[in-house]
Design a protein around this ligand. Structure first.
Ligand code: FES
Ligand code: FES
Length: 154
């Protein structure tokens, strides 16, 4: 099997995998980074979101072969102690119910705020549309996004 060198959360990893293996499986099954979740596998739910070179990406839709020489950030890469402003805002707003969609939600929000620390409501709506939550935590997600924005701009 071909070997690919990946940069995930600022660390280098060599993985043996078919070139068309989805990044999601590489993260979860080969690198044991199980924070990134599988929902649909067909780009419909967004719970598998990670950040690649600053952009939010559905990891079920990216092959390992396309991720070489890219900078991949997963939920594990935000902080080791929950101190990232988005993680703190999520905790403060008590967002998660079952929690399954929350890594994907947070990665979408982190990518948005890294590009724009004062996003419009329209931009926030667009980002929130990218990830589905069966538990319906949208109201709290919006509250947490605003807490994170306040924190980043204070
Ligand atoms: S698992 Fe990737 S979009 Fe649903
Ligand atoms: S918190 Fe349960 S799916 Fe979103």
């Amino acid at each position: 099997m071909p070997q690919f060198s990946l940069t995930v959360n600022n660390n280098k990893y060599d993985v043996d995998a078919p070139a068309d293996m989805p990044l999601l499986w590489v993260l979860r099954d080969l690198l044991n980074m199980t924070g990134t979740k599988y929902g649909c596998g067909v780009a419909s739910c967004g719970v598998c979101s990670v950040i690649i070179d600053g952009n939010p990406v559905f990891s079920c839709q990216r092959t390992v072969g396309s991720c070489v020489n890219k900078k991949i950030i997963t939920i594990e890469g935000l902080s080791t102690d929950g101190s990232h402003p988005v993680q703190k805002a999520w905790e403060q707003a008590g967002v998660p119910q079952c929690g399954y969609c929350q890594p994907g939600q947070m990665m979408q929000v982190v990518a948005m705020l890294e590009k724009n620390k004062r996003p419009s409501e329209e931009t926030i709506d667009q980002v929130m549309n990218n990830v589905l939550c069966r538990c319906g935590t949208y109201h709290r997600i919006r509250k947490a996004i605003h807490l994170a924005i306040d924190s980043l701009n204070s």
